[in-house]
Ligand binder design. Sequence first.
Ligand code: ZN
Length: 116
Amino acid sequence: MRLFIRAVAVIGLLVKEAPFVPIEERTLGMPVQNMRLSDARDTFNEARPGERRHEATDIVAPRGTPVLAVEDGTIVKLFLSKPGGNTIYEFDLSQHYCYYYAHLDRYAANLKEACV
Ligand SMILES: [Zn+2]
């Protein structure tokens, strides 16, 4: 089952690298509008075929639901993987963290690598 149909990166226009702030001190946005973290079932570390573990939490949303960046950053890679499907790798502005968006049905038309 595809989780998301559309990826829309809502990211800032600032290109400057930001100072480092530990992840525990950040307020990240929900990647799906009108959802709360408590709406998501915790799928982190669930068993997957073979020895693999699921190293993420899937947030299930109806097709057509835009996916939002959790904070400003740079899109560094758009990648099609077997377990993750269409994926996006976004570095935060301090380039210390990478946010991973997976199971996307498709990308927004204007989304491309090196996009801020
Ligand atoms: Zn998943």
